[in-house]
Write a protein that binds this ligand. Structure first.
Ligand SMILES: [Zn+2]
Length: 292
């Protein structure tokens, strides 16, 4: 099952890519080997391959159906892109659009696209290549992107951010479908965007509340469930480690307090988890896994 409901809202997980990605030592440098070993029974093999040390990741889109509208959260890597910094994600040719179709989503039906932040594995299917030109994949959607990330990566000197902007963001802006937001944004009656900076300056989470139930789409606030046990542990992709830790503690704390299901972007095993307060201050524990 890759489908759950949160109140009256349907949430589906559409996976673009899943597999081993580098090693946990590289992706989560703060987490010592003993912590992986101590939690081996449930981290292996879905989140970690103890044989190779590999970090096991998923890249995916959350599909939300609410009051007849279709909202996508994060759009993966995309096809046909040069990604020199990440060979695993260079020139992908997946059937992602067929997978969206298999859960009843046609590109023209998508009302809103949320990019939690402007990294290459969250904005890719914003666009597709048509006769040599990048065009918006979802022609009728409003695309929501944090202004802080657009400013930060737009000003970056490196060629990689420019490449991502050029193939995955600029074509959306040129089509008049990009909306930059800051300080939070209510998307509709049940969905609310909130800044959770640190991983990138504009990193954000989406809170969902419906029929007395809650969830939070946490983007890259967490790369592995070990960070629930140890929220102080950073990922190697975090731009501002301290700010990311503060955001992680705050969002996990609110999720534990309110019973919100946490749905991060990259968990290789179960895609969602309910958390509770942990044995020590500023730690958390797994209450139960979501059925997806
Ligand atoms: Zn990511």
């Amino acid at each position: 099952m890759e489908r759950i409901t949160v109140g009256d809202v349907e949430v589906r997980r559409v996976i673009e890519w899943r597999g081993p990605l580098r090693t946990v030592a590289e992706i989560l440098p703060d987490t010592p080997a003993e912590v992986w070993e101590a939690n081996r029974s449930w981290l292996s093999p879905d989140f970690w391959d103890p044989g190779t040390g590999a970090y096991v990741a998923a890249v995916q889109t959350w599909v939300i159906r609410s009051s007849g509208r279709t909202i996508l959260i994060d759009t993966g890597v995309g096809n046909d892109r040069d990604r020199p910094q990440m060979p695993e994600f260079s020139q992908l040719h997946t059937d992602y659009l067929d997978r969206l179709g298999a859960v009843g989503v046609r590109p023209e039906d998508v009302d809103v696209v949320v990019n939690t932040h402007l990294h290459a594995d969250h904005v890719g299917w914003n666009t597709r290549l048509e006769a040599g030109t990048w065009v918006p994949t979802f022609p009728n959607a409003t695309y929501l992107l944090p202004r802080a990330d657009h400013d930060y990566f737009g000003a970056a000197d490196a060629s990689v951010p420019r490449l991502v902007l050029a193939d995955s963001v600029d074509p959306v802006a040129n089509a008049g479908r990009l909306r930059l937001w800051e300080d939070g944004l209510r998307i509709d009656d049940v969905l609310r965007l909130e800044p959770a900076p640190g991983h990138t300056p504009g990193s954000s989470v989406v809170w969902l509340q419906s029929g007395g139930e809650r969830a939070v789409f946490a983007g890259d606030l967490l790369h592995s469930p070990v960070q629930i046990l140890h929220p102080g542990h950073a990922s190697c992709f975090d731009v501002d480690l301290d700010q990311a830790r503060v955001s992680r503690l705050r969002v996990l704390g609110e999720a534990a307090r309110t019973g919100a299901l946490v749905l991060p972007a990259h968990f290789g095993g179960h895609g969602g988890v309910a958390v509770k307060a942990g044995p020590e201050p500023d730690t958390f524990a797994i209450d139960h896994w979501a059925d997806l």
